[in-house]
Write a new protein. Sequence first.
Length: 149
Amino acid sequence: MSDLRIEPVGDDVTLGDWRYVHNLIIPTDPLSADEVRERAGRHRLDVAYLGDVLVGCMTVRPPEGEPAPATVIARVLPEYRGRGFGTRLYEHGLERARELGAAGILTVVLESNPEGLRFALARGFVEVERYVLPGDTVPFIDLELREPA
């Protein structure tokens, strides 16, 4: 795992890689390249590679106001789950959130991703809300960190 490299989205390649992981794991809300570019202007988007192989991506939505929580989302491609990459991405996201002055941590998981939900619950997150985007059928689950990270 020492070869895991996490880098910010900063060019068309990393933007495309982030988009690929997001759209694979969140098929109910696929994003275009332009939507990812816009999102990258508001959020911290990173991608993770094992050597040169794409493993996952991470999003930190900064706190809005003070004090406010940040949202940290770690996504790992299915074939790389269970190997500690999600933990590394999550911890990386927590560091970014703390740098931004977060007064708490939130995350969001698509209900059809039971591995992601187990991951969040195992780290002390508790469910606070479920909602369905217009036109969708699979709920998103908002969670809040209640245990120290």
